[in-house]
Design a protein around this ligand. Structure first.
Ligand code: NAP
Length: 303
């Protein structure tokens, strides 16, 4: 069986596998954003995730049926995975609808949201709760959000506090010094957060990468042509040396020394198997990684 390396998730001290699982693809198609998935198919996939050795799962109130599916199919294996969800989300969004403006960080909404997540996930604690939708520091201070989360921690409902943050607010979030983890978007083709990733890691926070395979090669996966055109511009095919593009892009993400895990999402068991095998091979050879970064920068990638 492929063997996934583990890394420390910053000051949480959690030993997480370099490949995690993003459970957004299990949201179903209510709300019109996701794809339909049979509950048994989702349950089987989640069990395969754990059988593959992956020990970190990310979900959200916002991901339609995802939390309930996790609760139904793998809560009996709860000691095999670290569980991360999000907070501030509307409590019962219509299906998988995504509405950043609908996120509210008050004590009432956060507390009710965590209670709802625990119930749906069929567990008594979350290992990690992440502020969703990257609100401003002013909003978090106005709503006393961090205090609420610290109270939930004291009550044993959550173990660590993180934030799913993006530019520009991520800099303020890191400086606040209260977050144990940051979930940050990043891949070879989307390097805008590279400096923020280094900043978060330097501050002692654990870094979880989302978007680590840029949603897959267009056609095979669901990546956007305009994102992937950088691949050709940087002539990355020259560096494959027998690897698939998916192996390369995933191992590029894992090559970033500041990240602990990347929560690649999939509802396809073949893609999951490929990702586990690729991630088990570890970072790219150092010279290939350096050359890929050089080519990407020359082709205009913002780092
Ligand atoms: N905090 C936030 O605001 C936020 C936003 C978005 C996502 N997330 C989290 O991050 C996770 C991942 O994010 P993401 O979906 O944006 O990015 P991603 O992991 O780069 O892309 C996932 C997509 O890639 C495809 N894929 C995966 N492995 C593949 C393979 N081997 N070959 C071809 N295609 C492959 C999947 O399609 P198939 O299902 O067809 O394989 C899926 O649609 C989500 O599940 C969620 O947990 C968080």
């Amino acid at each position: 069986m492929p063997n996934l390396a583990k890394r420390k998730l910053g000051r949480t001290g959690l030993d997480v596998t370099v490949l995690g699982f993003g459970a957004m693809e299990l949201r179903g198609n209510a709300g019109g954003r996701g794809r339909a998935i049979e509950p048994e198919q989702a349950g089987k996939l989640l069990n395969t995730v754990l059988d593959s050795g992956i020990n970190f799962i990310d979900t959200s109130i916002d991901y339609g049926e995802s939390e309930e599916t996790i609760g139904k199919y793998i809560s009996n294996r709860r000691n095999e995975y670290f569980l991360a969800s999000k907070c501030g989300c509307p409590l019962d969004p219509p299906g998988a609808a995504w509405n950043p403006a609908g996120h509210v960080f008050t004590r009432e909404n956060i507390t009710k949201g965590v209670e709802q997540s625990l119930k749906r996930l069929n567990t008594d604690h979350l290992d990690l709760i992440q502020i969703h939708a990257s609100p401003s520091k002013e909003t978090l201070e106005h709503d006393h959000t961090v205090q609420t989360l610290q109270d939930l921690k004291k009550a044993g409902k959550i173990r660590f506090i993180g934030s799913s943050s993006v530019l520009p607010n991520i800099h303020d979030h890191i400086k606040m010094g209260v977050f144990d983890e940051f979930q940050i978007p990043y891949s070879a083709l989307q390097r805008e957060h590279e400096a923020a990733i280094a900043e978060a890691a330097k501050a002692g926070a654990g870094v979880v990468i989302r978007g680590g395979v840029a949603k897959g090669v267009p056609g095979e996966g669901r990546g956007a042509e305009d994102v992937w055109k950088l691949w050709d511009k940087a002539k990355l095919n020259d560096l494959l040396n027998g690897m698939t593009q998916m192996e390369f892009i995933l191992r590029f993400t894992i090559s970033n020394p500041d990240m602990a895990t990347t929560i690649v999402g999939t509802m396809n068991p073949e893609h999951l198997k490929h990702n586990v095998e690729a991630a088990s091979k570890g970072p790219l050879p150092a010279a290939v990684y350096a050359e890929a970064k050089r080519r990407l920068t020359a082709a205009g990638a913002t780092a």
